[in-house]
Design a binder for this molecule. Structure first.
Ligand code: GLY
Length: 364
């Protein structure tokens, strides 16, 4: 049975369906329309594309598909252009829907295309990675990358519905699954100490992808994100707490080169860093910071820069933090923890504090 989480955004409200096998119900969950463009990537297409298209066709939909190459390289204005072309060839009109079937890259790209094609056609998010289920498919952030940086062009555009079938996680490679767990841990630290404790006691079952537990955990993450987005859709305040671990994480991704660390791995490093900064800046208990590091390690996530990337120079990382789109006048701002389940955003940290803590996450 599916769990349903509602995102309460008045005229833009929508439901997130989370369950094992709920992809089969997709035609019934879609908003009323007759034509759909299913956007996916070459990896996801191989597993789920034909089934989704067949299901929709059997339910009487006219379905076209657009398959982009897997990988961040597709998340560009050219990638969006590919979708516009497919939408035009398929004769999509403003009553049609775009179905984003895939992980974060597909969701962001297809979301951007849906938001802009004909000034907006309805978007259905069908996340197939853990990261997309707990984070990127919910909350309406869509974007493409520019050569100068990630997600530099985008719009807030809420989906009409999100359908997360837990069965699609069966085919997710281990490293990507574990990477998605970083965002799950994040919700425990920023909002829900009970969720954090559950992850600690059931870490082995989480790693084994135990379906009932996954439904509970993913559902809880979506509830938290829905609650935050409902009060601050456009990130003018509290939504910023979702960036816990992302200030250093994004900088490390940029400096190490995209592809070296998966996003969640970089966020894990960033959370380990932020937890340590939080001890000195916000009185976060050392015992709780240790719990954050221990849980990340237990889940197989990095908390220290190791190997060749461990030699990342502080100057380059610091420069990348200054260039982050959330920095203010080149000063990076941080989300810091005060106690487990509670954080503050917009924190300025002294240069010494930033530098000295960086040395603790850098391999020597
Ligand atoms: N991924 C952070 C947010 O949706 O605000």
């Amino acid at each position: 049975m599916s769990r349903v989480v509602n995102v309460n955004l008045e005229a833009r409200a929508y439901a997130i369906h989370i369950g094992t096998g709920c992809l089969a119900a997709l035609p019934d969950l879609l908003p009323a329309a007759s034509a759909a463009l299913v956007v996916t990537d070459t990896n996801v297409e191989a597993h789920y594309g034909p089934g989704v298209v067949r299901g929709l066709e059997q339910a009487g939909w006219a379905v076209a598909r657009c398959v982009v190459p897997a990988g961040e390289g597709s998340k560009t204005l050219d990638g969006a252009q590919t979708i516009y072309r497919a939408a035009l060839e398929a004769g999509l009109d403003r009553r049609s829907v775009i179905v984003a079937l895939g992980g974060g890259m597909v969701g962001d790209l297809a979301g951007f295309a849906a938001a802009t094609f004909l000034r907006g056609v309805r978007l259905v998010q069908v996340p197939t990675s853990l990261l997309a289920m707990v984070d990127s498919s919910v909350g309406g952030k869509t974007a493409v990358n520019l050569p100068q940086g990630k997600n530099l062009v985008g719009v807030f555009y809420q989906p009409a519905v999100v359908v997360a079938d837990l069965r699609t996680l069966d085919t997710l490679p281990e490293r990507e699954y574990v990477s998605g767990l970083a965002e799950v841990v994040k919700y425990g630290v920023i909002w829900d100490a009970d969720l954090f404790a559950l992850l600690e006691t059931r870490a082995a079952d989480v790693l084994a992808r135990e379906p009932a537990l996954l439904q509970e955990v993913i559902g809880r993450c979506c509830e938290i994100k829905a609650e935050i987005v409902a009060v601050d859709e456009r990130e003018s305040g509290v939504r910023a707490i979702l960036n816990f671990g992302h200030t250093l994480g994004h900088a490390v991704e940029t400096v190490a080169g995209y592809g070296h660390w998966l996003h969640g791995e970089a966020v894990a490093l960033g959370m380990a860093y932020a937890a340590r900064v939080s001890i000195r800046e916000r009185g976060f208990p050392e015992r709780d910071a240790e719990r954050v590091l221990a849980l990340l390690r237990r889940l197989g996530l990095p908390v220290e820069l190791e190997g060749p990337a461990g030699k990342l120079s502080w100057d380059r990382v610091r420069r990348a933090m200054a260039a982050d789109k959330k920095a203010h006048r080149s000063r990076p701002t941080f989300v810091l923890a005060e106690h487990m389940g509670s954080v503050v955003f917009g924190c300025d940290v002294s240069e010494d504090g930033l530098r000295e803590t960086f040395d603790t996450v850098r391999a020597t």
